[in-house]
Ligand binder design. Structure first.
Ligand SMILES: [Zn+2]
Length: 1038
């Protein structure tokens, strides 16, 4: 793209006009942006990382080893100590004829039906716009019954040992034990599994749907065709919106007369009046924050970036309700005021959706252990703070308006030990809560924690030296792996062959088993490859100490990743668990082999780049994994193109994650080594949930139609998550299916059912409540610009893949133009010149511009394809707060930190410097500036920065003495050092993964990365913020 400006507008002109009636085919009208600062032009934009290490290992032909294809001979098993290199071959052992292995080996690999392998996250959208209502494709509605390679679903080893029921978890939790015994060990599988014979093989129907509960959302087509019918429940109370019924005498029900001695009658009943005064009177509520009502001319007020981190808007609810609402870090909506009708939503041209971080680590989480989990009998919503109690014996669902009985057990409040206070139960006082699930929430005994590690040990992998780091990290954290006495662990390594390791208790050392038939992989000795960690810990430690040295002399350059994954899948199928795959190159052998398809001279183009997978092998295998409760995490450590677009599918559809360390090398790239070590520590020790499903429900009239994140969509709206981790985010899009005129409040509830590493089945529930509004102005006033930008980013990734990058970029720009045009034409009465925006959207153009310059969507740069794909994976899989920091980093001046306004946490004083605009205008050579870009911190030091900063903070005597690769600050005994170190530590503590720090001088190759994040500035291929505003204004005012 040669011209600066919004690229590719001309090429998609017709579709743009169709969408917004406003597009310009003229060339670049933007020549009047701010003059580039000399800092900007002092160095070209070179995205090379320092220490980038070209892995130019010449491809070697596979050196065939004798006997590789000779099966049926005797088994050759060599102990590790005598291993001399590749070449020892394991012939198919007799053990392969044991029932489990034979069924695994000889049976067909379970496959998804061809025509059904869609994830609705990849539904193509109409081109040119993301508008809600723009012909949203219907959700795919089909059921995936797991083909089972035998009866392994019922065949869970270690059942007899039973899960540890310590009741302790790695959460700081409050246990409310009311009554009942959560007898998790016994009484599994009541109705969960139905078996039938299909084509001669056992098919296990997965009934998580039944367990978690379907409800009306599972069959949306039945609910909203006839408003009269669909509202029949609500019409039982025609004159009263939800919440008003608190004062309704309990006369209309068939409930048994109360013979219990609890105080009755409305006078004793003090649930907060939901609905009655839920809205602060529309404008007066907002008038408390007059700033929020301002209309801003962005062309006049260019700096709208707050100097402190942007807070999410507070829904316009009565404070008693808002006090109980879900924390926006966990659950957030793009519009905190929900439009009453789809027509109103369409008019606003803003996307409606939810952003979730459902398994986030929490300091405080109420946990309820109760034999009865109270849920709506119609839609299966969990009782929550936003239901209304008609009286002490009945509650009305806030999602479907069904009136439900309050179970007897619920009358007792374990917190206060009082009877007759159902509305004070913890379930009704906490928008975020976790339940210990009784046995009916299980399809099978809770699975043990199972961890399988799959290591690339080809020559290329050995060259990077990663194995030493990973094995050491595993040794260091082995005792911290979440689990219990049932924890299992196993290892597979591969190059052109696949190597298994027998860790059977009683062996004097691990035994290596080599399988060289990669066309038809079988599992030797399946029972000794995944072993109990406690029982075989010494063997595991032996293996981890030996592994890094075992392959140092290898000449094997080929990579049979696909067959290794198949083997790993077979090994884990009986239990499920987590597979951690380390790969350093393009797979070259067997199924899933890939060909290079990156063309470096096309990197800068928005067209013709390969964002689609080149094979469906990884997706299909991921779906098989999902069916057997296996999630695959991919660690890609490669300086070469490795086709992450294809490889990444293995994690995306199995609910795993991708971690990427471009140019990893143990000597040449110490920063990546540090990053891998720190991230592995988090990865290995963080909380994990197994065999999870998540469902998101919303108030009747709203409908969820597209899901974003790493998972597989099962049965319309049930997300299958073989693993769930605390660092994963999700997003969904919604539409308004029926008008919500009878409703003042709507609610959203996510329920995550999972097995903890202690073997407990748990349900984590979050409920969010929002007001419904009837005017466009109110919709705009309640817009959450970060959530909107985050959802648009997710949609744009899909669009990039299904259409093209330029199409996605156009749609992002159109999202701004269309919504601000709607605001101008429908809300503003007098059309002033300028670019008028509601206060809530004052940062919308800036964030969208930042997205256009983000690695996922940028053009005109030398971004490597894998790096772009990784950035897209991050958009899909990160919680909103991290996505926003990656997109629009925070910039601080740090050479003059003071204690003024500092935070005081546990005797630590943490300076709080103001956030600066991302423009080189804000930099000066006599200062030092820290950029927090989420996963990386960059400290740029100006040449003329004061001597005291060099000596008191960096510990060097002059600018010239700053090391070329300085990646940490010394802890000096000076107040300046203490402040800077405290501030950086504090930033790092706020995110799960350790951001590495680069200290950058003018000559540093990282300077280009630092400057690339200056999103307000113009680059060779992208507009400055001011130019972008002018462009938006021109389109809006047409
Ligand atoms: Zn309900």
């Amino acid at each position: 793209m040669s011209q600066p400006g919004i690229p590719a507008f001309g090429s998609t002109l017709t579709s743009l006009q169709a969408q917004n009636g406003a597009a310009s085919a003229s060339g670049s009208p933007y020549t009047n942006g701010p003059i580039q600062n000399a800092l900007m032009s002092s160095q070209g934009y070179n995205s090379q990382l320092p220490g980038s290490y070209p892995h130019l290992i010449p491809a070697k032909t596979l050196n065939p080893v004798s006997g590789q294809s000779n099966y049926g001979g005797p088994q050759t098993v060599s102990p590790l100590s005598s291993y001399q290199g590749p070449g020892q071959t394991l012939h198919r052992p007799p053990v392969a004829s044991t029932p489990v292995t034979s069924s695994l080996h000889s049976g067909p690999v379970p496959r998804m039906p061809q025509h059904t392998s869609h994830n609705s996250a990849a539904i193509p959208m109409p081109s040119g716009s993301f508008h809600p209502g723009a012909n949203i494709p219907p959700p795919l509605n089909w059921q995936y019954n797991y083909p089972s390679a035998g009866s392994q679903t019922n065949d869970c080893p270690n059942v007899s040992s039973g899960p540890t029921m310590s009741g302790n978890t790695n959460l700081t939790s409050h246990q409310y034990v009311s009554s009942g015994d959560p007898s998790l060990q016994n009484n599994f599988i009541k109705s969960g599994i139905t078996s039938s014979t299909n084509n001669g093989s056992l098919v296990v129907h997965n009934n998580y749907d039944e367990i978690e509960g379907g409800g009306f959302l599972a069959t949306p087509q039945l609910t909203n065709k006839n408003p009269t019918i669909s509202r029949s429940v609500g019409y039982s109370y025609p004159s009263l919106p939800p919440g008003y019924q608190n004062t309704t005498p309990p006369s209309t029900t068939g409930m048994p007369p109360s013979s219990l001695s609890y105080p009755s009658g409305p006078q004793a009943f003090s649930q907060m009046p939901l609905g009655a005064n839920h809205l602060t009177a529309s404008m007066s509520g907002l008038s408390l924050h007059p700033e929020g009502l301002r209309v801003i001319n962005l062309l006049q007020e260019r700096n709208m970036l707050p100097s402190t981190p942007l807070q999410p808007p507070v829904p316009n609810l009565h404070e008693d309700i808002q006090r109980l609402n879900c924390n926006p870090e966990l659950f957030r909506c793009t519009l905190t005021s929900i439009p009453q009708t789809q027509a109103l939503l369409n008019k606003a041209k803003l996307p409606l959706g939810l952003l979730l971080h459902p398994f986030k680590d929490l300091v405080q989480l109420p946990v309820v252990t109760s034999s009865t989990i109270v849920r709506c009998r119609s839609c299966r919503t969990y009782i929550n703070p936003f239901v209304s109690f008609l009286d002490q014996r009945r509650w009305k669902c806030n999602l479907c308006y069904q009136v439900n009985d309050v179970p007897e057990e619920f009358m007792y409040n374990p917190l206060t030990r009082a009877y007759g206070e159902p509305h004070r139960r913890p379930e009704v006082q906490n928008a975020t809560i976790e339940f210990m699930a009784p046995s009916e929430y299980m399809l099978r005994p809770p699975q043990p924690p199972v961890y399988l590690f799959v290591f690339d040990v080809s020559h290329n992998a050995v060259e990077t030296g990663y194995l030493t780091s990973v094995c050491q990290s595993l040794l260091d954290n082995l005792d911290l792996l979440p689990g219990n006495t049932r924890t299992k662990i196993g290892f597979i390594t591969f190059d052109s062959t696949i190597h298994f390791y027998s860790l059977q208790e009683g062996l004097s050392q691990p035994q290596m088993l080599i399988v060289s038939d990669i066309e038809d992989v079988f599992i030797p000795m399946p029972e000794n490859l995944l072993v109990n960690l406690n029982e075989s810990k010494e063997l595991v430690q032996d293996l981890l100490k030996t592994l890094p040295q075992m392959f140092t002399k290898t000449l094997e350059t080929q990579s049979a990743l696909g067959p290794a994954l198949q083997a790993a899948f077979k090994l884990m199928s009986p239990t499920g668990g987590r597979m951690s795959v380390f790969q350093t190159q393009l797979p070259t052998l067997g199924v899933g082999a890939l060909k290079p398809r990156e063309e470096p001279n096309q990197r800068s183009s928005a067209k013709e780049i390969h964002l689609m997978p080149s094979t469906d092998f990884y997706k299909k295998l991921a779906l098989d994994c999902s069916g057997q409760q296996v999630a695959v995490d991919l660690f890609l450590l490669s300086g070469q193109y490795s086709d992450l677009a294809s490889l990444g599918c293995i994690s995306r559809y199995s609910a795993g994650s991708v971690y990427y360390y471009p140019s990893y090398h143990h000597q040449h790239n110490p920063v990546q080594v540090q990053k891998l070590q720190k991230e592995l520590q988090r990865y290995l020790t963080r909380k994990i949930g197994f065999e999870a499903v998540m469902r998101i429900r919303c108030t009747k009239g709203l409908s969820i139609h597209t899901f974003h994140g790493n998972f597989f969509v099962r049965s319309t709206d049930l997300l299958s998550l073989p693993n769930v981790n605390p660092d994963a985010g999700y997003a969904v899009q919604m539409s308004v299916e029926e008008n919500l005129m009878d409703t003042q409040l709507v609610s959203f509830q996510s329920a995550l059912l999972y097995t903890s590493s202690k073997g407990e089945r748990r349900i984590r529930v979050h409920t969010l409540c929002l007001p419904v509004v009837s005017t466009l102005n109110e919709v705009f006033l309640g817009a959450d610009v970060q959530a909107i930008s985050g959802l648009l980013a997710n949609m744009a990734v899909d669009r990039s893949v299904t259409a093209s990058l330029s199409d996605a970029r156009d749609a992002l720009v159109n999202a701004v133009i269309d919504s601000l045009s709607a605001y101008r034409s429908s809300v503003l009465s007098n059309h002033q010149p300028g670019l008028m925006v509601p206060f809530s959207l004052r940062l919308f153009p800036l964030f969208v511009l930042a997205l256009l310059k983000q690695k996922s969507f940028q053009t005109g740069t030398n971004a490597r394809l894998d790096e772009r794909i990784f950035a897209m994976c991050q958009v899909k899989n990160q919680p909103l707060v991290h996505l926003m920091l990656t997109t629009h980093p925070n910039l601080y001046r740090v050479d003059n930190l003071s204690d003024e306004g500092a935070l005081n946490i546990n005797d630590r004083t943490i300076p709080q410097p103001p956030i600066l605009q991302l423009s080189v205008e804000k930099l000066s050579r006599d200062g030092a500036f820290l950029m927090d870009a989420g996963s990386v911190l960059m400290l740029w030091v100006g040449k003329n920065c004061g001597q005291h900063f060099f000596s008191q903070v960096l510990g060097v005597q002059s600018y010239a003495l700053i090391p070329q690769t300085m990646t940490d600050l010394p802890e000096l005994d000076t107040p300046e050092s203490a402040r800077t170190v405290a501030f950086i530590c504090w930033l790092r503590e706020q995110r799960p993964f350790f951001p590495v720090l680069y200290v950058i001088r003018d000559e540093s190759p990282m300077k280009a990365n630092f400057l690339q994040n200056m999103v307000e500035d113009r680059t060779e291929s992208a507009l400055s913020y001011y130019e972008f505003l002018l462009h938006i204004q021109q389109q809006v005012n047409k």
